[in-house]
Design a binder for this molecule. Structure first.
Ligand code: G6P
Length: 367
């Protein structure tokens, strides 16, 4: 019965609504209150080995790659280990330097994406250590890696991934917490993140309870030929994934930009027909983000702000989608949820087959 729509119009919507439960599943049994850390028994690496890694390289394709970027930021924030994400599809072809003190992380819902599986093989051939962040148990990538974190998101049918991505992000938060506590992250900060993680399932539910307001905003996006998604630092992967979703299922051209880069080029395209979805969290960059929002509005660009209640958008003529606040490091996980609903409702308004977008496959098992 897992594979049925259970009253939802599409699998994508069903899977969006499964996220509170799915999120609880990926966290279950992995939060260690006593030591303020994450318990990750499947990693297959002992603390001494983990402490020895000087760099983390995350590899994935499509949305998994964007969540990888979010994960790299979490690792840098919490563990202070240099981390970055790269498209697995490019990795093999640029003669990558495989280093013994780098921990490689392959991230994939299906565990069958050929580009990601080939990247894993290449790393292993050259003696690198690689773990997986994978949903499908026993899949090709899960079997090839040295260890890893299973997502426990349950089966995902919709081509456009939602609950698996949220669980990937949560898995990276667990990994970042685990690594952080083996390095300099204090017990108090570990507790702070742990408590934040515990709040996430309920906060996702809160966002979903307010989804009608998001559906109303989707109208603005559905009318457009093209849209910008902007965010900075922690918000940038949110923008990239948001733009990707819109492209995939609504066929509206969408481009993600760092908010800070707007003034270095794309501002030229802002006009009343070009909406911008701006990720504006309540954090140390709020003022800068608001200054960029002013620039957009000064050029009469319609603005949709995905933001927190603490941000004063006062005089700005923006459509606002409010997201509950968590810890700054974890906020991107929640800020992503409205972008799923925006893309979903835009696609429905345009009459597209949401679960089976043209030209795309759920998992690409050929190169
Ligand atoms: C395909 C799908 C994308 C997905 C990507 C990676 O291109 O259309 O939605 O993000 O593969 O899939 P994976 O199973 O490796 O996460």
């Amino acid at each position: 019965e897992d594979l049925e729509l259970s009253g939802y119009q599409h699998f994508m919507l069903k899977e969006i609504h499964e996220q509170p439960d799915a999120a609880a599943m990926v966290l279950r049994g992995r939060l260690d209150e006593r030591f303020a850390t994450a318990r990750l028994d499947g990693l297959g690496l002992d603390p001494r080995e983990l402490r020895g890694f000087r760099r983390i390289k995350i590899l994935g394709c499509g949305s998994a790659y964007y969540v990888g970027q979010l994960g790299a930021q979490l690792i840098e924030d919490l563990a202070r280990i240099p981390a970055d994400a790269e498209a697995a599809s490019e990795f093999r072809y640029r003669q990558p330097i495989i280093e013994s003190d780098t921990l490689y992380v392959a991230v994939s819902q299906s565990g069958e994406t050929a580009d990601t599986a080939f990247a894993v093989e290449e790393i292993k051939r050259k003696g690198g250590r690689v773990i997986g962040v994978v949903n499908v148990v026993g899949s090709t990538i899960a079997r090839t890696v040295d260890g890893g974190i299973y997502l426990h998101a349950g089966p995902e049918i919709s081509v456009a991934s939602t609950k698996a991505l949220t669980n990937m992000a949560l898995s990276f938060a667990l990994l970042a917490l685990h690594l952080g506590r083996l390095h300099d992250l204090s017990h108090a900060d570990g507790q702070r993140i742990l408590r934040g993680l515990q709040r996430i399932p309920e906060q996702i539910r809160e966002i979903l309870d307010g989804s009608e307001a998001i559906a109303a905003v989707a109208d603005d996006v559905a009318k457009a030929q093209s849209a910008f998604y902007v965010g900075r630092v922690r918000g940038f992967p949110v923008a990239r994934e948001g733009a990707q979703k819109l492209k995939e299922i609504s066929y509206i051209h969408a481009e993600a930009y760092q908010t800070s880069e707007l003034k270095h080029g794309p501002l030229a395209l802002i006009d009343p027909d070009m909406p911008t979805v701006a990720v504006i969290p309540d954090d140390e960059l709020t003022d800068r983000n608001l200054a960029a929002a002013e620039q957009i509005l000064a050029r009469k660009g319609p603005l949709i702000a995905i933001t927190h209640a603490g941000v004063d958008l006062g005089h700005l003529a923006a459509r606002t989608i409010l997201v509950p606040k968590n810890e700054p490091e974890l906020d991107p996980i929640l800020l992503t949820i409205p972008t799923q609903l925006l893309a979903y409702h835009a696609a429905v308004l345009l009459g597209h087959d949401v679960d089976k977008p043209r030209n795309l496959a759920k998992s690409v098992t050929v190169e």
